[in-house]
Design a protein around this ligand. Structure first.
Ligand code: GAL
Length: 418
């Protein structure tokens, strides 16, 4: 589906989805964009958990990775007074709905379940509004990863790239061997997600913080930012000819099948490898994007909890409790590719990439190198994040011709969105 079709489908869905007066009170209505194989498998873990407790599930899926179509559909539903029990949301979107008075209050559940102590403070900044819990964090994803085909790596005799130049040399080897070097999904959110890693790698963590979290204008238009755009252009030259418009999970499939060497993507990509019964070390390799080792650019899927009538609160509380239970946090995240949203979940059941993800998060949190992904809703509010995405994608697709022009446009677009 094209983006326009998705938006159209989302709007249709929003108008069609009406909560009937006789709606089952023991039912959870969930809006989400988890429609790929790995994502759907992860969501099934939650459906099964709630079914065991006697709660029904009304699925409201809106396809489109990164969730922009889903958020358009949600906006229409909320405007029509027709919101679901809960919706998947990212960071600043939760705070926007909370500030608009749309969210419920889960504080009593949070206290009883010990969320204040168990959930990392970085996530609480987005799930707690004016002292009230308004969302249940499901996971922690991070974007600065490489997902590599082991068979292609063996074929070209490659090793882990430690620097950006190493990565370019590795991509060259794949090209020389006749394999598509970079499996790219050419949609705006995917290009922006990749650029988060490129900026971190080019400028370092402090530069990323200054530019994207503080919106320091000197950093946004600096020579370092220009270099980051140059590096993005270098990566673009390693895609295949058909990358434009490709869904992220189809790009992952190219790596899974050995048709491409590497995908730069958040660790939801691992969910696709898991769904295809692939094992890290044997079938695929996960490395941090070169030059970002020690830093974690995160996002967290949250289940935003809307205000619901009294008779529907039992189902909402059950959903919230299930989401943050330790057993669910392990079972779900093992399948999803993410890591737990609690600090007290053992890594026993996770594969090597999951164990690394958990250790990296702990480490980055302690060192102050845990940074919100701007592409994924954790760096800036939606309007600014959209301005960022727009400039990156225009550059990637050649509508902004040079890195010089890109930094000028970046500053302009961000200032206009403020
Ligand atoms: C992200 C989300 C992930 C994954 C991805 C692709 O925004 O946090 O859970 O679903 O989109 O759809």
């Amino acid at each position: 589906m094209t983006t326009t079709m998705k938006l159209f489908a989302g709007a249709l869905l929003a108008s069609a989805f009406a909560m009937p007066a006789h709606a089952q009170v023991k039912e959870v209505q969930m809006l989400h964009w988890w429609t790929s194989g790995g994502e759907a498998a992860a969501l099934n873990v939650l459906k099964a958990d709630l079914a065991k407790q006697g709660f029904g599930w009304k699925d409201v899926p809106v396809a489109g990775g990164g969730g922009s179509a889903a958020m358009t559909a949600l906006k229409a539903m909320v405007a029509a007074g027709n919101h679901p029990t809960s919706s998947q949301m990212l960071g600043y979107t939760v705070l926007d709905y909370a500030a608009a008075g749309k969210m419920g209050d889960l504080t009593a559940t949070a206290k009883a379940e010990g969320w204040d102590e168990a959930v990392p403070k970085a996530l609480q900044k987005f799930s707690v509004h004016n002292g009230k819990w308004v969302a249940a964090p499901v996971n922690v994803h991070s974007v600065n990863w490489l997902w590599i085909s082991k068979s292609v790596m063996d074929k070209i005799g490659g090793t882990e790239p430690k620097t950006f130049d190493d990565l370019i040399a590795l991509l060259d080897k794949a090209k020389a061997a006749g394999v598509t070097p970079l499996a790219q999904g050419g949609q705006p959110w995917q290009e922006a997600t990749m650029f988060d890693s490129v900026v971190l790698s080019t400028g370092g963590t402090d530069f990323y913080k200054k530019a994207f979290l503080d919106l320091d204008e000197a950093s946004l238009k600096s020579a370092t930012m220009k270099k980051a755009f140059d590096n993005l252009a270098k990566l673009r030259s390693y895609t295949d000819a058909n990358y434009a418009g490709r869904d992220w999970n189809l790009a992952t499939a190219m790596v899974i099948k050995g048709d491409a060497l590497v995908q730069v993507m958040g660790d939801w990509a691992k969910g696709e490898f898991v769904a295809a019964k692939k094992t890290p070390g044997t079938d695929f390799l996960c490395f941090r994007f070169p030059g970002t080792q020690g830093t974690v650019a995160y996002n967290s899927d949250m289940f935003g909890m809307f205000k619901v009538p009294a008779d529907r609160q039992e189902a909402q509380v059950a959903l919230a409790k299930a989401t943050l239970s330790k057993s669910f946090q392990s079972a779900f995240n093992v399948v999803k590719g993410s890591v737990p949203a609690r600090t007290d979940v053992p890594d026993t059941d996770f594969d090597a990439c999951g164990k690394k993800g958990i250790a990296d998060l702990k480490d980055a949190n302690a060192k102050g190198t845990l940074v919100g992904s701007i592409a994924q809703g954790y760096g800036q509010p939606p309007a600014i994040a959209a301005a960022y995405t727009d400039v990156v994608t225009k550059f990637f697709h050649g509508q902004i011709a040079t890195s010089d022009a890109a930094v000028t446009e970046l500053v302009k677009a961000i200032n206009a969105a403020k």
